[in-house]
Design a protein around this ligand. Structure first.
Ligand code: PHE
Length: 340
């Protein structure tokens, strides 16, 4: 009776339990029922038949329960027999968010890559500048109103009261630094941050990025400048799906103390909701390097000519991606940043 109770109730829910059950009741060597069969000789002869039948019944009962359990266990491992969906993505308690490059950094890197493919080297200069590099060497006469074109953050008062240490208002001082240490032929870009104390609006911020360009060699002409900037705009905007993807641009006569003649370049911001289907957005200043600048840094202006340009990186990013307010680039709202 005790063996029958065990046969009916021992747990049989895992493969290990099933194997232990088989060994215990049906094993040829240490099985409980085999053991009982071997003791049948001790039973009085007239009872042997009944005891033998009882043991056979036990053996069948154990075999039947084991078969049923084995079948159930096998079924469990078949696909679809369980609620475990192996195709679901794993559950991570705190999902790890991947960072990405800021849209401005991406734009700056793309601009650099385009100019490097055109054969330009990369130069850098300090953000804290002196009056000579930011203004005087660039042909801004002292007290000339042209200095007011760029509202300057002074760290020390301007001459004659002080030395005029300031935050550079443009990357053009890097032109001067490159020409002071390198003789033509020169073909460089100079990316970097610049600072202006002007009213903040959707298109102007107190700091922004420029990429300066400078090419000085024998026989460099305005046509070279125009061709270079046109090829650049096609490469940068043509590959985008933003409002400037047609890379439609115009050269407009302008004035800078350090270039003559000078031109500003506007790019067309296509927008069907605007009257006229869009508007022009200024992206850069440019021109032929003024001979006075070449002479200021000891370059022979009879022998060499050059062109220069300085472009706003924020405006490029805005035109490429349809960003309509420059301040978004400095707020670091992740809902904005994640889009790029
Ligand atoms: N430095 C000028 C600016 O910031 C741009 C410029 C660069 C113009 C080089 C001409 C040549 O407005």
């Amino acid at each position: 009776e005790a063996v029958q109770a065990e046969i009916d109730t021992l747990p049989l829910t895992t493969d290990d339990e099933a194997e232990a059950y088989r060994v215990r009741f049906l094993g040829r060597k240490a099985g409980v029922i085999t053991d009982l069969f071997s003791k049948i000789g001790t039973v009085p002869p007239e009872e042997r038949r009944a005891v033998g039948q009882r043991l056979n019944a036990l053996k069948q009962a154990a075999q039947a329960r084991l078969d049923a359990a084995t079948e159930a266990l096998a079924g469990d491992t078949e696909a679809g027999a369980t609620d475990l969906d192996l195709t679901l993505p794993g559950r991570v308690p705190a999902p790890v968010e991947r960072g990405s490059l800021h849209v401005l950094t991406q734009t700056l890197e793309d601009i650099q890559a385009i100019f490097q493919s055109f054969g330009f080297a990369v130069a850098r200069g300090p953000e804290i500048e002196d009056d000579w590099h930011n203004f005087s060497a660039l042909n801004f006469p002292p007290d000339h109103p042209a200095r007011d074109m760029q509202d300057t953050f002074f760290l020390e008062p301007p001459p004659p009261e002080g030395r005029g240490v300031l935050l550079r208002t443009h990357t053009s001082p890097v032109q001067v630094r490159v020409m002071e240490r390198q003789k033509p032929p020169i073909r460089v870009i100079a990316p970097g941050r610049v600072f202006r104390n002007e009213a903040i609006s959707y298109k102007s911020y107190c700091l922004f990025h420029q990429v300066e360009g400078l090419v000085v060699d024998e026989g460099v002409s305005f046509a070279d400048l125009k061709a270079m900037l046109t090829a650049f705009a096609k490469a940068l905007f043509g590959a985008s799906d933003g409002p400037a993807r047609e890379a439609k641009m115009r050269f407009r006569p302008s004035f800078f103390p350090f270039t003559e003649p000078s031109a500003e370049v506007d790019v067309w911001w296509a927008d069907e909701s605007l009257p006229g289907g869009g508007r022009w957005m200024e992206i850069l200043g440019s021109g032929m390097v003024d001979p006075n600048v070449l002479e200021n840094v000891g370059v022979d202006s009879e022998r060499y000519t050059g062109y220069a340009f300085g472009m706003g990186v924020e405006r490029m990013a805005m035109l490429r991606h349809g960003i309509d307010d420059i301040r978004l680039l400095y707020e670091n709202d992740v809902r904005f940043l994640k889009q790029f």
